[in-house]
Ligand binder design. Sequence first.
Ligand code: B4P
Length: 193
Amino acid sequence: MLNLVLFGPPGAGKGTQSENLIHKYDLVHLSTGDLLRSQIGLGTELGLQAKQLMDQGLLVPDEVVIGMIENKLNENQSAPGFIFDGFPRTVLQAVALDQLLDQHKTKINVMIALVVDSEELTRRLLLRGATSGRPDDQNEDLIRRRVEEYNDKTAPVADYYSQQEKFAAIDGIGEIDSIFKEICQQIDKSVGQ
Ligand code: B4P
């Protein structure tokens, strides 16, 4: 099995690169952002609660996203591997993911971090906000809040994978295709191909 964490601040290109990676490596894509937006679209209680936090640029509670990932792992027991996009976003989520994968007799192979400066992140997200209708992409103060939330709560997750010697950083600025090639090289290296 190949299990990959795609990591980086909001707008770093995680969702964009995941689209290509799932085809090349035949992986199941688990994006907690997409899962939460789907709950919002369905108007569920969970979606309503998540929307209040997401619209403020804040993370939703750990137990909510961990529960969603647990359900998806159980639903996809015969998958050849997973790409975790936007999860884990806290150290507690990272510990929970290791425990869940252990129950499924598998593990994370590599965490790939896309490095992009905050000026470029703001530019990309405002550009996406102009067409996507995502409320969290339409306001510069809110984007700044999301980046602060990332720096406070999510950035330490990199150390967690670094300590396990699974961390690889890639420059996330440049052509989408060339960044994709670099990610693939890193994945192939980590699985010894
Ligand atoms: P996400 O949906 O994960 O939002 P994101 O980080 O903004 O998306 P992403 O980073 O994938 O966007 P991409 O770079 O591909 O989360 C939204 C919210 O959900 C969070 O703020 C939080 O509230 C909540 N949430 C999600 N997961 C959670 C968790 N685990 N715990 C708690 N809360 C959670 O794309 C950005 C733009 O850049 C696109 O328009 C793309 O076209 C462009 N782009 C990409 N690569 C480019 C490149 N190389 N050059 C130029 N543009 C590029």
